[in-house]
Design a protein around this ligand. Structure first.
Ligand code: NAD
Length: 274
């Protein structure tokens, strides 16, 4: 969280990005990187107005354009209002970073329907609502070849848990597993329209969502055993990947999950031969 946001050669001047859950953690990191690259950034938040305003101020301090917009991504009317506000302010949307997500852990037999629904509604249904609104706007606006070779770019922030099962968190793993096939299905459906759709699947990244793991030395040591690269990731690691996926540098990358996890999905239990 304390890494600098490096100047990138990627330029997104004139493009507008909506970043959901942009008030903290990975979303804040991506919002800053997009702002640094010249995009107008809509920093979405659900409850943390101060967090979102801080990210907006950081982008403006660098000479960029940004606004904070409140919306619960699991609410259809909030999402529609957020996209209307974006179009009113910046004219259109070019990039969606669907990042908002939550965890609500419980043993399977103890998990309540509310705990199940909350995670599915925000992580999966929220991604559906935001991607649908972004796609409708891309199609309404039409191609602007001098801005991008794509009609629009959609990037979901998924998780290594779209691949790795996760005991005690079946709601979360199901939401991310569902997100993987949602992403691939709309990539199949929208590719011919010029809309590029991909995911980033982060491993363990130091953010508020997993503070109890990296804040506690014993848990941190256990976590590091699962990461061949032997460090916990930083939001900037994900921001760099998002910047690339949002740019024409990745023009032929479509319908894929870019895993950014320090090797977490490499079966680290086999490092010593299994
Ligand atoms: P975080 O808690 O800092 O960020 C989550 C963001 O989502 C917050 O800004 C929160 O306000 C927002 N949010 C929650 N509910 C919302 C709602 N209903 N509407 C709008 N926004 C809402 O944690 P993070 O680690 O930055 O998580 C960001 C994404 O990255 C999540 O989708 C998470 O599943 C994913 N992820 C994180 C890690 C990790 O190790 N940190 C690993 C894999 C995937």
């Amino acid at each position: 969280m304390n890494q600098e946001y490096p100047k990138s050669s990627i330029i997104l001047n004139g493009q507008t990005a909506v970043v959901t859950g942009g008030s903290s953690g990975i979303g804040a990191g991506i919002a800053r990187a997009l702002g640094e690259a010249g995009a107008n950034v809509v920093v979405n938040y659900s409850s943390s107005r101060e967090g979102a305003e801080e990210v907006v101020a950081g982008i403006r301090d660098q000479g960029g354009q940004a606004i904070a917009v409140q919306a619960d991504v699991s609410s259809e009317s909030d999402v529609e209002a957020m996209f209307r506000k974006t179009v009113e302010t910046y004219g259109t949307v070019d990039i969606l970073i669907s990042n908002a997500g939550v965890q609500q852990d419980a043993a399977f037999t103890e998990m309540t329907l509310d705990e199940w629904n909350m995670v599915i509604n925000i992580n999966l249904t929220g991604s559906f609502l935001c991607a649908r609104a972004a796609t409708r706007e891309f199609l309404r606006r039409g191609m602007v070849p001098e801005r991008s070779s794509a009609l629009g770019k959609i990037i979901f922030v998924s998780s290594v848990h779209e691949i790795i099962p996760w005991s005690g968190r079946v709601n979360y793993a199901s939401s991310k597993g569902g997100l993987m096939l949602f992403m691939k299905s709309i990539a199949q459906e929208l590719g011919a329209e010029g809309i590029r759709v991909n995911s980033i699947a982060p491993g363990a990244i130091k953010t508020p969502i997993n503070r109890e793991t990296w804040d506690d030395p014993e848990s941190k040591a256990e976590l590091l055993k699962l990461i061949p690269r032997h460090r916990i990731g930083d939001p900037v690691d994900i921001a760099k990947a998002a910047l690339w996926l949002a740019s024409d540098e990745s023009d032929y990358v479509h319908g894929t999950s870019l895993v950014v996890d320090g090797g977490m999905i490499l079966y680290p239990g086999f490092i010593s031969g299994g």
